[in-house]
Design a protein around this ligand. Structure first.
Ligand SMILES: [Zn+2]
Length: 491
């Protein structure tokens, strides 16, 4: 059996005006052909794909075509979209006979002038391989599922957990794919689109309404007639045509069961809509003070408005300003993605005292902050991560910069947005030695968990703020809950 393999992922925040460029993809590695398998065989979606092939017991020749993954951010530049679109087209042209195609995509990527990047890439793939080649599609569960994704694929599987289980989901998808490509199953999809968006503070699948919903999906999958069930609580900062939550149920040739289960899960999600809107974030000064008063290990301050993993630029100075103004008694660690400052500080060199305008450039929500500090360390920024989906990341020019009680990790590229201790240790900074760390995520605290005492969400403004009702929506279908109060999820 010959299977084509494509992985292209990025998650867009429409409220971040900074475009995602080819350089952003390159910092995570753009790979073609067999290099994809050589580089990524042990982790992430490609590792999960290979595990799925092995588990299937079927003799498979994989034809790897293109792999590009960027950190969440603004829309893709036209240049980067066209680069991948051409790679998909040309790669499939050269692939020879295929029995099936596996596409590992995100589902919430937009580009300049294109709301639905994945729909466009799937259309390009279909143009080459024709309408009948079976196609298995993996999506992040924050995907905005569109009609085009449904039309061009035969089986769709979304992530089961937040933080995400990329390896396991790709493995599950691939096991279905091999059955599909061998003609052993007949996937039948029912899907529902909901007039609903929900903010990040209830994203975690380990508790609250999201756990109830995802647990019910897993329960439905115990029925042997059901192949896969995926709730899609859409990335809540994607202002796209067709935007909104979705549910997908795939059965083995049982359309009415698929329809019934899709309705049931949509109703369940809708019935919890008020719980999904519950926030726990504190006003910034209150959050900083609470973090400073905690006496038991590292406190995480989640910078909700500047979540890099949700698509923000990672250069908000709002919490930094509050920490410096409030005069905390402990020490704080803050990651800052700021190419201009990282280059300036790197050039000044270790030991230099520098005054500069830091951060605040990526989005109109933010503004730069004038600070004076000392450069403690400078590095090239390439870090190996054995326990992360990307095993090697490039942060570009990376500087440990000390401003009063704050140590900043100022980087040129996003890298992993400072969520992993290894990126700090890389420049001789130990996160466990700090009172608090600002994290540019609302969910991915797992790598800091071993030495974290408390997580406090700060209600900061930005392209990923929790108050989604205050954002300038233009493209999502209206009315939509919670911007409008509705009595049904149906459009
Ligand atoms: Zn996601």
């Amino acid at each position: 059996m010959r299977i084509g393999l494509i992985q292209i992922t990025q998650e867009t925040s429409s409220f971040n005006p900074t475009l995602t460029t080819l350089a952003d993809f390159e910092s995570f590695g753009i790979y073609e052909g067999l290099e994809i398998l050589e580089r990524l065989h042990s982790a992430g979606p490609v590792g999960g794909y290979l595990a799925g092939i092995q588990a299937s017991g079927v003799e498979v020749e994989t034809v790897p075509i293109i792999r590009g993954a960027a950190r969440s951010g603004g829309r893709l530049s036209s240049e980067s979209f066209e680069f991948f679109d051409n790679k998909v087209r040309d790669g499939l042209h050269l692939a020879g006979h295929l029995d099936g195609l596996v596409m590992l995509l995100h589902g919430a990527a937009s580009a300049e002038g294109i709301d639905d990047v994945e729909g466009a890439l799937l259309r390009t793939a279909r143009d080459v391989v024709g309408p009948s080649l079976p196609l298995a599609l993996m999506l992040d569960h924050h995907a905005n599922v569109t009609q085009e994704m449904i039309d061009h694929s035969d089986v769709i599987v979304g992530f089961r957990t937040q933080p995400h289980d990329q390896f396991e989901t790709a493995q599950a998808l691939t096991e279905h794919a091999v059955q599909l490509f061998g003609g052993n199953i007949k996937p039948t999809t029912a899907w529902r689109k909901l007039r609903m968006l929900t903010h990040q503070e209830q994203y975690l699948t380990s508790g609250g309404p999201m756990k109830i919903l995802f647990d019910r999906a897993r329960e439905m999958e115990r029925d042997p007639r059901v192949l896969t069930v995926s709730p899609f609580p859409m990335q809540c900062w994607l202002d796209a045509d067709e935007g909104g939550w979705a549910i997908i149920v795939v059965t083995d040739d049982d359309p009415s069961l698929a329809e019934n289960l899709a309705d049931e899960l949509a109703e369940l999600a809708w019935s919890m809509r008020t719980e999904f809107q519950r926030t726990e974030s504190l006003p910034v000064d209150q959050a900083v003070t609470a973090a400073d008063q905690t006496n038991d290990g590292l406190v995480i301050l989640s910078d909700t408005g500047d979540s890099v993993l949700g698509g923000s630029g990672g250069d908000s100075t709002v919490i930094l300003e509050a920490i410096l103004r409030l005069g905390i008694r402990g020490r704080a660690l803050i990651p800052m993605i700021d190419p201009v400052s990282s280059r300036q500080l790197a050039q000044a060199g270790a030991g230099a005292t520098v005054t500069l305008e830091l951060g605040g450039r990526s989005a109109p929500f933010f503004s730069p902050l004038a600070v004076t500090g000392v450069v403690r360390a400078v590095s090239g920024g390439v870090v190996e991560l054995s326990d992360h989906a990307e095993t090697e990341i490039d942060m570009g020019k990376t500087v440990a910069f000390e401003v009063g009680p704050v140590t900043l990790l100022v980087t040129e590229y996003a890298g992993v947005a400072g969520i992993h201790p290894a990126v700090y240790r890389h420049v001789g900074v130990e996160p466990a030695d700090f009172q608090m760390i600002v994290m540019k995520t609302a969910s991915n605290f797992q790598y800091m968990a071993p030495f974290t005492s408390t997580m406090i969400r700060a209600a900061t403004p930005g392209p990923t703020q929790s108050d989604i009702t205050a954002l300038p929506w233009q493209r999502i279908p209206r009315p939509c809950f919670p911007m409008e109060s509705l009595t049904t999820w149906r459009g």
